[in-house]
Design a protein around this ligand. Structure first.
Ligand SMILES: C[S@@+](CC[C@H](N)C(=O)[O-])C[C@H]1O[C@@H](n2cnc3c(N)ncnc32)[C@H](O)[C@@H]1O
Length: 396
């Protein structure tokens, strides 16, 4: 499969780039809508990733690294990313999952460390204080060839570009591979607010300290975005969207042809402006497939959070999704070739990507079977489905 970026279809105002002044309004008070979606996606996908990769790894070991860990639990006791990864480690009894948490802020690190110690799962975690850029080489040295899922969730744009590419380079494919995937949040405000500081460098009325501050910000952005290419577009009206697209393309180009990413806009409210994107980098079709499943299920958790009294039919137009997927399958099958659905995820799901999931593909395949297509065994997992055109069925 050629490298590509799969952007989820945007609905409502999701395509507009915006942000909410949320960092300053008590980030750790309780999770807001976007965090509910983010955490449900992380939990769902980390569980699948650890379960699948740990099935065949030495000692069934799997490493989950939360690079920008935060305090672990919200002040209202809701689980944040470290708590969810620890739950994953506890739930997967047949896998030896170890979590690595890195937090730079000393106070937040103290809180995290104390909470992890009290959690009953302390044996499954290493909690480190400091900059992830400094800790990552040691962590990678310690985990050796274990399958690795890295979660990068900064307030801005995280991890130096070269380090991110180095992480992806760990997974070389073939028999000697170290399975590696990276899930990162691309925070719009990290670009929208920080990028324009570029202007301060040439502003005659900027103070010396403003200029020094701006220089440090620009240096960090250059380092994390992989160069100063973004300086030329800082005045573009769609600055953030262009930076995101170019950044993802640059990561994929540097990572190599087999890498893909899927980018999911995340908002605090239904139909609201996306405040960040959750981006999965993977070189495996199953990564894309199961991440989409996790996103689809997380959307239900999000809908329940933003509108607990919603009538189900309004937000679960499953029949419509199945009909769309069925039409997509028919169109793809009109080329006359058998179709392994996992090789054509974006074409199979089409506009339902990130909304529908594997079970809807299977349902669509069942409808096709009723029309005389060979849709494979009904017992097979959805991602293993191969659908065969009618003419091929007749001649088979
Ligand atoms: C958005 S919060 C993390 C939220 C958390 N991942 C969750 O979902 O519950 C970002 C955290 O990264 C920490 N941080 C910032 N720069 C860091 C760095 N260079 N290395 C490690 N942690 C850092 C901040 O102190 C903050 O607690």
């Amino acid at each position: 499969m050629a490298a590509r970026t799969m952007d989820l279809p945007r609905r409502g105002r999701g395509d507009e780039v915006g942000w909410v002044e949320r960092w300053s309004m008590g980030f750790w008070d309780e999770p807001q809508g976007a965090a509910i979606f983010k955490h449900a996606t992380l939990k769902g996908y980390a569980s699948t990733y650890a379960s699948k990769t740990g099935k065949f790894s030495t000692g069934h070991r799997v490493a989950l690294v939360d690079c920008y860990a935060g305090q672990g639990w919200y002040d209202d006791e809701s689980p944040a990313s470290p708590a969810l990864l620890l739950q994953t480690a506890e739930e997967l009894g047949k896998r030896d999952v170890h979590c690595w948490f890195v937090e730079a802020d000393p106070g937040t690190h103290r809180t995290l460390k104390a909470r992890v110690a009290k959690s009953g799962a302390a044996g499954s975690a290493t909690v480190l204080e400091g900059d992830i850029a400094d800790h990552l080489p040691t962590i990678l040295g310690q985990i050796g060839k274990q399958p690795l899922l890295v979660f990068i969730d900064p307030f801005g744009i995280g991890l130096p570009f070269e380090q991110l590419i180095g992480l992806l380079a760990r997974d070389k494919g073939g028999s000697d591979r170290s399975p590696t995937e990276v899930l990162l949040t691309f925070v719009h405000a990290g670009v929208h607010r920080q990028g324009p500081k570029l202007r301060l460098l040439t502003d005659p009325i900027a103070s010396e300290s403003q200029r020094r501050n701006a220089e440090a910000t620009i240096r960090r952005l250059d380092q994390n975005l992989g160069g100063d290419w973004w300086h030329d577009i800082v005045d573009a009206p769609d600055f953030v969207a262009r930076v995101r697209r170019e950044y993802l393309n640059r990561v994929l180009a540097a990572a190599g042809v087999q890498w893909n990413c899927i980018s999911v806009p995340v908002a605090d409210s239904r139909g609201g402006r996306s405040i960040y994107e959750m981006v999965l980098f993977t070189r495996h079709p199953q990564g894309l497939w199961f991440f989409n499943d996790a996103v689809s299920l997380a959307r239900r958790v999000f809908e329940d959070h933003v509108d607990p009294d919603r009538p189900l039919t309004l937000f679960e137009p499953e029949e419509e999704w199945v009909a769309i997927i069925k039409a997509n399958l028919k169109r793809l099958l009109s080329k006359g070739q058998p179709l392994r659905v996992i090789d054509h995820i974006d074409d199979v799901f089409g506009e339902t990507l990130g909304y529908a999931r594997g079970k809807h593909v299977k349902e669509a395949a069942k409808h096709l079977a009723a029309e005389g297509f060979n849709a494979g065994s009904v017992k097979v997992d959805p991602h293993k489905l191969v659908v065969v055109p009618r003419t091929a069925t007749k001649t088979a």
